[in-house]
Ligand binder design. Structure first.
Ligand code: FES
Ligand code: FES
Length: 145
């Protein structure tokens, strides 16, 4: 038995040792906004925040999270980035979008006015198979508009 703090709420879990944070978020807690694509730490679809730091939840063992605060895309539903992604039409299939927004939220928290280069650098781990990068960059650059 271990606890997990997700989006400000504490959950008592009985997760088997060795399970990933991503699988527990989706299957045990029902927060399916966090996507699993490669499941190997390559694509960024599963990105969540751990104490504000973007983290690949598919390769994070749930028992290593401890008392760190997990923030998923559901916890960012009121973040202005959600609206700016819609405004910029920054998605096609949308599968990468939760991870993109989670990573972008950490960037703008640390640097509210990033340059295009800084956006590219900070989001390099978030792959978009649809190639929506120009619009994703636009969404992040205009998040406060
Ligand atoms: S699903 Fe976690 S990095 Fe691809
Ligand atoms: S919008 Fe389809 S993978 Fe990014």
């Amino acid at each position: 038995m271990s606890d997990l703090i997700v989006n400000g709420q504490r959950y008592a879990l009985d997760a088997q040792v060795g399970r990933s944070l991503a699988s527990v978020l989706r299957e045990d807690i029902g927060l399916i906004g966090t996507k699993i694509a490669c499941n190997e730490g390559h694509c960024g679809a599963c990105t969540v925040l751990l104490d504000g730091v973007p983290t690949l939840s598919c390769i994070t063992l749930v028992h290593t999270v401890g008392e760190r605060e997990v923030t998923t895309i559901e916890g960012l539903r009121d973040h202005p980035l959600v609206e700016s992604f819609v405004r910029a039409d920054a998605l096609q299939c949308g599968f990468c979008t939760p991870g993109q927004i989670v990573s972008a939220s950490a960037l703008v928290e640390a640097n509210p006015h990033p340059s295009r280069e800084e956006v590219r650098h900070a989001m390099a781990g978030n792959i978009c198979r649809c190639g929506a990068y120009p619009k994703i960059e636009e969404a992040v650059l205009t998040w406060q508009d």
